[in-house]
Design a protein around this ligand. Structure first.
Ligand code: ADQ
Length: 499
């Protein structure tokens, strides 16, 4: 089976899994769970956490069935699962098993906040002055990775499933599973950038991390650049020979493949939602609510994270309203930012800075009946997000560094009318794919302000042409195609003689 042909969808993935893996079930492993049960005054509520990873993978596992192993982070997670932490999801139409791992507050602090998010996250986004490497946090990271590995081994039982690890929280897990099950079929997708060797060298635990990941058969990264960085780190730190051309590392008789698999979205879902009559009604209501008749609209949608360049975007808006005063009263920017990792001081500080900056800009330029920036510090449902995308004449993605960035892909697929302009950071992995965007460098504030003016004056023919190219790209390279590529490569490993 090849990745060409009609657009990939859940049905084709289902067939592919049957064809490539036969009776082998799929076990997905990630830190974040796709469904969280929470205690509320009205009773138990099911939430779907916001974030690129779980949203992207849930439709995939719904298509294939299997098991998803994840941290049970919700306040009602224990009582809604069985004694092993298992629960069938999605609750309204069970399609696979969620196996929850329960962590103590100390473990969450060390593993999640301490090592994954205070050390690895800034390190991989090249922000080494923000990275904090604490030995205590590392010990928790290693211990929790062991807990995950034990749960995976339990879920594997006597079958030989294909196990698919997600992201930087679980770098040590693959080698632990490999040790117990040498013949296991293991893949890992790393959602964030991989740094070059000069930066990676800063990390005291760099060798352990690489050795953990090399327990896999297949390692997926978002772009070719990150693949090259990873292989260069393997050579520099472990002295192993990497074949950069073939994207392989030989470890004794075992071969590890390292490939670029740019992640995507369920493009058909966004296209359908965009065309729904309820969306059209919602767009009209939002326009009234914000008083946007005759006003051009810009939009930013992010997790409130220092890598997303929200501050730089606001600085550019400040400059834009001062350099192009003709847009005062005629252009409004809506920033939707869902608070994230709020137990980390840097994230709390960022939120304060952003709110202060927005207040300042609104005070400086605002007029009766017109506010330069509207700010929503909350998550909104995907169906509502689509209405915001439709409302927006332009979307700004100004990441300082970003593995991929799904907001960019969501915006273009939510614009079947071909209108709208995407201002896209050259430092986001997605810029390698979406060639119809207006490229921006978030470190060049004036360049970003000028790009806003350019987007607002772009003629409709050019807008439509650029959108058309980007939409076609995302429709063809959708989330199911991403999964198909990984599974096809893993299928090759499964068929090859094992060392
Ligand atoms: P994230 O850093 O979380 O993901 P991103 O790719 O932008 O970044 O995904 C964010 C997701 O959350 C999108 O689906 C978006 O719609 C949603 N979202 C953001 N703000 C929201 C809000 N206020 N309300 C509702 N939804 C909101 C990590 C990497 C990325 C990579 C993804 C997937 O950092 O580079 O693209 O994983 O691999």
């Amino acid at each position: 089976m090849a990745t060409s042909g009609p657009p990939w969808d859940s049905q084709r993935i289902h067939e592919l899994v049957k064809e490539e893996f036969g009776q082998r079930p799929l076990v997905l492993v990630s830190n974040r769970e796709p469904y969280e049960h929470r205690q509320t005054p009205q009773g138990v509520r099911v939430d779907r956490p916001i974030g690129g990873l779980t949203g992207a993978l849930d439709p995939v596992l719904q298509a294939t069935g299997g098991t998803w192993v994840a941290w049970g982070s919700g306040s009602a997670d224990r009582e809604t699962a069985d004694e092993l932490g298992r629960v069938a999801v999605p609750p309204e139409r069970p399609a696979y098993t969620l196996r929850r791992i329960f962590l103590t507050p100390q473990e969450v602090d060390g593993f999640y906040y301490g090592y994954a998010n205070r050390a690895l996250w800034p390190l991989c986004h090249l922000l080494i002055e923000r990275a904090q490497f604490s030995r205590g946090a590392w010990r928790h990271y290693a211990a929790v990775n062991r807990r995950f590995a034990e749960a995976v081994l339990e879920e594997m039982q006597d079958a030989s499933p294909a196990v698919w690890f997600q992201d930087y929280h679980l770098a040590l897990c693959p080698a632990l599973v490999r040790e117990a099950r040498p013949q296991a079929l293991l893949a890992h997708f790393w959602h964030i950038p991989w740094p070059p060797p000069d930066i990676f060298r800063v990390c005291p635990q760099r060798r352990e991390l690489l050795e953990g990941l090399l327990g896999n058969d297949l390692i997926g990264l978002q772009t070719e650049d990150y693949v090259r960085n990873f292989l260069a780190c393997v050579e520099a730190e472990l002295g192993l020979d990497a074949d950069v051309e073939a994207g392989t590392v030989a470890i004794g008789r075992r071969m590890v493949s390292v490939c670029a698999f740019p992640i995507s979205i369920d493009a058909a879902w966004f296209a359908r939602a965009a065309a729904a009559p309820s969306t059209v009604r919602l767009v009209r209501r939002l326009r009234q609510h914000y008083g946007l008749e005759g006003v051009a609209v810009g939009l930013g949608v992010d997790r409130l994270d220092y890598t997303k360049g929200i501050r730089e975007r606001l600085q550019a808006l400040d400059l834009f309203f001062s350099k192009y005063p003709e847009y005062r009263g005629r252009f409004t920017f809506i920033q939707i930012a869902v608070p994230s990792r709020t137990r980390i001081e840097a994230y709390r500080r960022l939120r304060g800075e952003i709110e202060a900056l927005i207040e300042e800009i609104n005070a400086r330029y605002g007029e009766a009946g017109w506010r330069p920036i509207h700010y929503l510090a909350q998550g909104v449902r995907q169906a509502v997000l689509v209405a915001y995308y439709q409302l927006a004449d332009l979307v700004v993605v100004s990441s300082l560094m970003d593995g991929m960035n799904l907001v960019a892909k969501e915006y273009v697929t939510s614009r079947p009318d071909g209108q709208g302009v995407l201002l896209l950071s050259e430092l986001a992995g997605v810029s390698r794919e979406l060639h119809g965007s207006v490229p921006i460098n978030p470190f060049d504030i004036e360049g970003l302000a000028d790009a806003l003016a350019r987007a607002l004056t772009m003629d409709s023919e050019e807008r439509r042409e650029r959108m058309r190219a980007m939409r076609a790209q995302v429709q063809a390279r959708n989330i199911y195609e991403w999964m198909a590529r990984t599974l096809l490569d893993l299928g090759k490993v499964a068929r090859a003689p094992r060392g």
